[in-house]
Design a protein around this ligand. Structure first.
Ligand SMILES: *[C@@H]1O[C@H](CO)[C@@H](O)[C@H](O)[C@H]1NC(C)=O
Ligand SMILES: *[C@@H]1O[C@H](CO)[C@@H](O)[C@H](O)[C@H]1NC(C)=O
Ligand SMILES: *[C@@H]1O[C@H](CO)[C@@H](O)[C@H](O)[C@H]1NC(C)=O
Ligand SMILES: *[C@@H]1O[C@H](CO)[C@@H](O)[C@H](O)[C@H]1NC(C)=O
Ligand SMILES: *[C@@H]1O[C@H](CO)[C@@H](O)[C@H](O)[C@H]1NC(C)=O
Ligand SMILES: *[C@@H]1O[C@H](CO)[C@@H](O)[C@H](O)[C@H]1NC(C)=O
Ligand SMILES: *[C@@H]1O[C@H](CO)[C@@H](O)[C@H](O)[C@H]1NC(C)=O
Ligand SMILES: CC(=O)N[C@H]1CO[C@H](CO)[C@@H](O)[C@@H]1O
Length: 386
């Protein structure tokens, strides 16, 4: 079904060259074709050092089936800012796992996907009800199951405050149901519970879980449909080490056969997920750290995105957060997206330009298209007079 829908949409896109009008296809899935993949799935494990993940036999079994990224960095510590950054292009100074609320006028990947009619969902294991706004869910024995800090989109009020969006934040019960009905969306973020993701256990446990969960799904065309990209990654390195490099493997039918079992040593970070999704579907951008980030190179090769090199990779230190409104010692206002940035023809989402594009606000933006991202050691610098 996915295949035939694709063929139709491919024609519609070819003819118009523009985004597909979702009403064009009666099929409830309305597959919007991307340049390299038609489905993006990311699965996040927790707090494992690069070397520990590499040495795990289950993780190694996945790297043999995909492309291993050897220079992907998380953007800070602890967990929550990394999750928040991966869907919104910044963490707004967050250095904690608090009950933070990103204000409604700050956009996320959801705004970009919905503009093009691309379906999305999160699947959060053991979240008690769909769209659950609470801080956590313990099991009957008092052990951690679900935690809000690992649920990136619920932290954005532009998602949480709107039921049509909050209803896409589901648990694994509904993942099973959506899979059974062959009704999984085109963009997915998957968070296992605190035991399975390694947070309360270790790499051996998380690796065993990941193999048990994902290996059968790789053989299931309702999940790993044609042209699917799966990003299996970690939120952050195991401790506050200097560099914060994490292991990541790209899997799925979208990975070209000749690249299976290879490594890619280009510089990436959590924002590369946003950049890759944007490049693939020719989405708008958020005007934040998504804009300068490298697109995964096997995708960039087809989207025309240049993969850039850092001046000196060994000087990358992403082990702590720069200041901002979500810092435990809050400072400053929410940073202003740079609405003039354009990367490979991708401009900032018109709705963001409308809210943040005035000359007065733009004078005080800190974002550029630099590949380097800030950290506590290298914080963003506001222009004079801001
Ligand atoms: C965005 O929302 C925040 C919080 O409600 C508010 O303080 C800020 O002024 C708003 N900014 C813009 C540009 O709308
Ligand atoms: C998953 O969410 C559904 C819908 O809110 C709910 O009915 C179900 O009980 C939840 N399952 C678990 C295991 O919490
Ligand atoms: C969105 O929800 C948050 C948290 O419940 C609340 O503080 C905020 O006022 C809501 N925003 C609007 C515009 O209703
Ligand atoms: C985590 O999920 C597994 C199933 O995937 C379940 O058996 C377990 O009880 C859950 N919670 C904890 C705390 O292990
Ligand atoms: C990993 O955790 C499991 C269960 O939580 C435990 O049995 C095992 O000994 C741990 N392994 C290491 C190397 O710590
Ligand atoms: C981050 O790394 C730098 C450079 O190695 C070090 O000086 C600093 O103490 C580290 N910060 C934290 C919070 O670990
Ligand atoms: C890269 O940075 C490291 C750490 O600061 C330094 O030791 C090394 O000399 C630099 N390499 C180059 C080629 O500049
Ligand atoms: C505690 C620890 O082992 N941290 C590691 C995190 O990753 C960096 C980069 O690979 C290692 O150098 C650290 O040892």
């Amino acid at each position: 079904m996915l295949v035939s829908a694709l063929a139709c949409v491919g024609l519609a896109l070819g003819a118009s060259g523009a985004a597909v009008d979702p009403s064009f296809f009666p099929n409830k899935r309305n597959i919007v074709p991307g340049i390299v993949f038609d489905r993006y799935i990311t699965i996040w494990l927790e707090n494992i050092n690069f070397a520990t993940a590499s040495a795990d036999p289950n993780f190694a079994a996945f790297t043999k089936q995909g492309i291993r990224l050897t220079n992907l960095f998380s953007v800070t510590h602890p967990s929550e800012p990394n999750y928040v950054a991966s869907v919104g292009g910044d963490y707004y100074g967050m250095n904690n796992d608090n009950l933070n609320h990103v204000p409604e006028n700050i956009s996320s990947v959801v705004d970009l996907l919905e503009e093009r009619g691309i379906s999305w969902a999160e699947y959060q294991e053991d979240m008690p009800i769909t769209g659950f706004p609470g801080f956590q869910q313990l099991n009957v024995a008092g052990a951690n199951d679900y935690v809000r800090k690992h649920n990136p989109l619920i932290i954005y009020d532009s998602v949480a405050n709107f039921s049509t969006r909050a209803n896409n934040i589901k648990n694994f019960t509904l993942f099973d149901e959506d899979l059974r009905n062959d009704d999984l969306p085109q963009w997915m973020f998957i968070t296992p519970n605190m035991t399975n993701d390694g947070h309360d256990t270790n790499m051996t446990f998380a690796g065993t879980w990941a193999r048990g969960f994902l290996q059968p799904l790789l053989a299931d065309s309702r999940f790993n449909a044609e042209r699917t990209l799966i990003v299996l990654t970690f939120d952050e390195n195991g401790s506050t080490d200097p560099q914060n490099r994490i292991d990541t493997v790209l899997l799925g039918t979208a990975v070209p056969r000749e690249l299976v079992g290879t490594t890619d040593s280009a510089f990436y970070n959590h924002y590369s997920n946003l950049a890759t999704v944007q490049a693939n579907w020719r989405l708008h951008t958020l005007g934040r750290y998504d804009v300068g980030s490298n697109v995964f190179s096997f995708v960039g090769k087809h989207t025309g995105d240049k993969i850039r090199t850092l001046k000196n990779l060994s000087e990358t230190v992403l082990n702590a957060s720069y200041p901002g409104p979500f810092n435990s010692a809050p400072s400053g206002a929410f940073p202003i997206p740079n609405t003039r940035l354009v990367v490979n023809g991708r401009s900032v989402l018109p709705k963001i330009v409308e809210t943040w594009g005035s000359r007065e606000l733009q004078r005080c933006t800190v974002y550029t298209d630099s590949l380097e991202i800030p950290s506590a050691l290298n914080p963003p610098v506001l222009p004079k007079g801001c």
